[in-house]
Design a protein around this ligand. Structure first.
Ligand code: FAD
Length: 306
């Protein structure tokens, strides 16, 4: 087939671009297919301060640098959505919105999406007080008052993390009890600077240009009140884009690719990398690590078939 590559990488975020860099340094032809924007989630972050080698860099610039490095090494990149994969002749046919490609091996690096709260002006204030990652952005709010929206383990862990450096942390949950491990609930109760706002949901975001507070509504009474905070950390879960590949790469109950640290799937020649796979820590460093692991495994797999 025309348009044949040693390795086709689905997703142009940090995991996919790292995979392309490793593939090219192993002298494999590599194509990265991205459906919306190269750089993935991090392209939306105004400031990254935890990626080694960069004390502070915008997500857009980091994305540009990753893409440039892959392209300078000879990777190809195209903006199109991969709609499915089909095993073919020991490799794969990769179906996209713009036609088909042949691949000896495929790395799925389809990433993740933070669920949004769904309140007005959430997109406008994202990065200006509205955050989706306490590990990434919590340090920017040291000594200030913040809120966490959510009631699962991720939300409680975010609140605990933020309470180490923030002044006051409000945790706002729409139910009467948390849906989290007892250990996290107990740890939360033991912190003197965490305030629970139960049976309540965030219904409004306050502030012009920068967040200055949230409006919450009590589920029973409908009463509204405002809480002054500089940061709102939304922790209501992640979603994946993995469904089109489920026939070839097993998904766990939450929709993540069920692969271990070796990034292999049960389908020979098919690898997964980054936030799209089941894992404990979804960060740039872990995505880049997966991209390297998946590409090295893919190169070895291709070499073993020669
Ligand atoms: C606002 C924000 C701030 C963050 N800040 C930090 C931080 O400071 N430090 C840190 O370590 N982490 C941070 N993160 C998390 C970090 O961005 C992610 O862990 C990282 O981007 C994961 O990389 P990835 O390549 O696995 O996935 P993604 O970045 O999600 O990239 C996956 C890409 O695959 C594409 N894709 C999906 N399906 C298809 C398909 N079918 N066909 C073609 N393309 C497809 C998507 O469009 C996407 O571009 C932040 C995240 C957000 C949202």
């Amino acid at each position: 087939m025309a348009n044949n590559y040693d390795i086709v990488i689905v997703g142009g975020g940090p995991a996919g671009l790292t995979a392309a860099i490793y593939a090219r340094r192993a002298d494999k032809s590599a194509l990265v297919l991205e459906k919306s924007g190269f750089g993935g989630q991090i392209a939306w972050s105004p400031r990254v301060a935890n990626y080694p080698g960069f004390a502070s860099i915008s997500g857009a610039e980091l994305s540009d640098r990753m893409l440039s490095q892959a392209l300078e090494l000879g990777a190809e990149a195209d903006l199109s959505e991969v709609t499915g994969l089909e095993p073919h002749d020991g490799g794969f046919i990769v179906h996209t919105s713009d036609g088909d490609y042949g691949a000896g091996a495929v790395v799925l690096a389809t990433g993740a999406r933070h669920r949004k709260l769904g309140v007005a002006r959430e997109d406008e204030l994202a990065g200006s007080g509205v955050c989706y990652c306490a590990t990434c952005d919590g340090a920017f709010y040291a000594g200030r008052d913040v809120a966490v929206a959510g009631g699962g383990d991720a939300a409680l862990q975010d609140a605990l993390l933020l309470s180490n450096s923030c002044n006051l942390v409000y945790i706002i949950h729409r139910r009467e009890t948390f849906r989290a491990e007892a250990a996290n609930v107990d740890a939360l109760a033991a912190r003197g600077n965490i305030r629970r706002v139960m049976n309540a949901r965030v219904v409004g975001l306050l502030g012009e240009g920068e967040l200055s507070g949230v409006a919450v509504e009590d589920a029973a009474s409908g009463e509204r009140r405002e809480i002054a905070v500089d940061g709102l950390f939304v922790a209501v879960g992640h979603e994946s884009d993995n469904a089109p590949f489920a026939a070839l790469a097993e998904l766990d109950g939450a929709g993540w690719f069920a692969s271990g640290e070796d990034c292999r799937t049960a389908t020979p020649g098919l690898f997964v990398a980054g936030d799209c796979r089941a894992k404990a820590v979804r960060q740039l460093t872990t995505a880049a690590g997966d991209g390297a692991a998946a590409a090295v495994a893919a190169c070895r797999w291709l070499d073993s078939r020669r």
